[in-house]
Design a protein around this ligand. Structure first.
Ligand code: APR
Length: 238
């Protein structure tokens, strides 16, 4: 195995599957039994804000109880025991990377325990319910809070840091993402263009699998920790 100095890990819903959280494109194509366009689009939110707030308030409870799995914990081991800078770019709105004590986390699709005020831009961190009656603690306006989830058609968050990391990483690892939603699905191409090696950990063939040098199929909670142990052992051999 080569020695790497700058690693970027892109994660998707698949890394949280073994923690009991639903992925987006499983068999029935629904996300927690809801159509993604109803609960993750600007139009859906404008059409029925109470329905969307209710969806995320319920999801918050489920996510708050979820525990990080061996794949999340292996990222912490990699960050602590391997001599490289490791960034975690996640599409997930859960906080399992934080619970696993990962560092350098970028939530490009937002976070479930945050809401943003559409009047003043204040970010409210809360695990409690947010709805159309919530008053913004910053501007005191009621009913302008939106879940800080990046809806389809909205810009991704943290993109300045992510672009810098994509240009400078020498290893790009994808864990548990289907590679169908852009811009995130195009990150591997950017990293590859700037010379990074690319490896994906997934259950089944992904939409952009042709862009990866290596593929490790199986449950990330089993495959990724083994791979991390191998990389750490190699580095210790010098
Ligand atoms: N281990 C590894 N990979 C897994 C596991 C597992 N235990 N379980 C599922 N997977 C893989 C699936 O094979 C699939 O490739 O994880 C991927 C999950 O894909 P999606 O459900 O499409 O989730 P994701 O790629 O994160 O979706 C991206 O789409 O709806 C939007 O904003 C939403 O962030 C989301 C984005």
């Amino acid at each position: 195995m080569k020695k790497y100095s700058r690693i970027l890990i892109l994660t998707g819903a698949g890394i949280s599957a073994e923690s009991g959280l639903a992925t987006f494109r499983s068999s029935n194509g629904l996300w927690n039994n809801h159509k993604v366009e109803d609960v993750a689009s600007v139009e859906g939110f404008q059409r029925n804000p109470d329905y969307v707030h209710d969806f995320y308030n319920n999801l918050k409870t489920e996510i708050q109880q979820a525990k990080p799995n061996a794949a999340h914990l292996a990222i912490t081991r990699l960050q602590q025991e391997y001599p490289a800078h490791v960034d975690v770019v996640t599409q997930n709105v859960d906080t399992l990377h934080e619970k696993a004590k990962n560092q350098n986390i970028y939530h490009i699709h937002g976070q479930i325990n945050q809401a943003v005020c559409l009047n003043c831009g204040h970010i409210l961190e809360t695990w409690g319910d947010v709805d159309t009656q919530t008053i913004c603690p910053q501007c005191n306006v009621m009913g302008m809070m939106k879940p800080n989830i990046v809806f389809f058609g909205e810009n991704l968050l943290c993109m300045d840091s992510v672009e810098e990391a994509l240009r400078h990483c020498d290893l790009f690892i994808s864990i548990g993402t289907s590679g169908v939603v852009y811009p995130a699905a195009g990150f591997v191409q950017t990293a590859k263009y700037y010379g990074a090696d690319t490896i994906e950990f997934t259950l089944d063939t992904t939409a952009n699998n042709y862009l990866f040098d290596q593929h490790v199929y199986g449950k990330a909670g089993e495959t990724f920790p083994l791979w991390v142990d191998g990389l750490i052992q190699e580095a210790k051999k010098g």
